[in-house]
Design a protein around this ligand. Structure first.
Ligand SMILES: [Mn+2]
Length: 317
């Protein structure tokens, strides 16, 4: 990555008056940590900023800096700088109308590690080989000589650990591990991160994992491991964060090409998560053909419908 892009981004931040920092709905650890990191950068630069996520963020407040500042609304869309982090598509912010019809003088910086799908940012920083958006943000901090405090180190390491399934996924590069090591040296609190991202399960959510595991089947035609969760299998008290990593865990299944997890959501949609198991499988293609997107090894989509059990198996109706 060119240092000049990172320096340009930081100059835009320093020259702005009010910044919107946004990420995708149903945010994962990388999305949340990326926003928290950028909030810390904006705070240190003495800027007004607003953190936006369409969904509720349920992580414990002390876990990462600025977690208690997330909003799912805004007073007036008059920010002069909009930073979109880890989104894959602008639609996933749920602010696409506001962002795409912004007035002159409202600039957008996009920082992401998903493959490119669209062109809407004034400054796009993309590295689809990075294991996490926070891995790119680490390069941003370095390029701008911003001191990596414990708080910033926590953010970088959280994004990396959650997006690599704790270094399990093939996106883990030597650089990923080197950065993680540097973050530990800079004071990142590994036990705290694990408590909040992986060891965060309640009995109720463990039971939901159990239901998904008990329904696991292999589709012999495509050699895909497949399971589903109905809406009623996930009681309301379970947070999204407790279900993070389920598709990744299922991809421990030996010998299949890929994994598909279908989950009925309370809003009448079905969320599909795909994980490649064999090295040559690209699940992003299937996700894209269903209106979603993602990485070659981990992708997802959302379709309207409900899951129904029939004689011949589960169907989307
Ligand atoms: Mn990510």
């Amino acid at each position: 990555m060119e240092n000049s892009l990172f320096i340009k981004a930081y100059n835009l931040i320093k020259n702005s008056k009010s910044i919107l920092i946004a990420t995708h709905e149903n945010p994962d650890g990388d999305a949340v940590a990326s926003v928290c990191l950028m909030a810390e950068v904006a705070r240190q630069a003495g800027k007004n900023y607003w953190l936006y996520c369409h969904s509720r963020v349920n992580y414990q407040h002390e876990f990462l800096p600025h977690l208690d500042e997330f909003k799912n609304n805004y007073d007036k869309f008059d920010f002069d700088l909009i930073i979109v982090l880890d989104c894959g598509s602008v639609k996933r912010t749920k602010l696409e109308n506001e962002i795409l019809s912004r007035r002159a003088g409202q600039l957008v910086i996009e920082i992401d590690h998903h493959p490119k799908t669209e062109n809407y940012a004034d400054l796009e920083i993309r590295d689809d080989r990075a294991a996490a958006t926070t891995e790119i943000l680490y390069a941003f901090l370095k390029a701008n000589k911003i001191k990596i405090s414990k708080n910033l180190a926590d953010c970088v390491l959280t994004g990396i650990l959650t997006d690599t399934g704790n270094f399990l996924y093939p996106s883990t590069s030597p650089e990923t591990v080197n950065i993680s090591s540097a973050m530990l040296s800079a004071g990142a609190r590994l036990p705290q991160i694990m408590e909040n991202t992986w060891r965060n399960k309640s009995v109720a959510s463990m039971k939901a994992w159990g239901i998904a595991l008990s329904r696991l089947k292999i589709n012999p035609e495509y050699n895909i491991g497949f399971t589903i969760l109905e809406n009623q299998d996930v009681p309301e008290e379970i947070s999204e964060e407790e279900l993070d990593g389920m598709a990744g865990f299922l991809s421990n299944l030996n010998g299949v090409n890929a994994i598909m997890l279908l989950r009925e959501m309370p809003d009448g949609k079905i969320k599909g998560s795909l994980r490649a198991v064999k090295p040559k499988i690209n699940v992003a293609r299937l996700a894209t053909s269903l209106g979603g997107g993602g990485h070659t090894k981990a992708a997802g989509f959302t379709v309207d419908g409900k899951l129904k059990k029939t004689e011949s198996g589960w169907k989307i109706v």
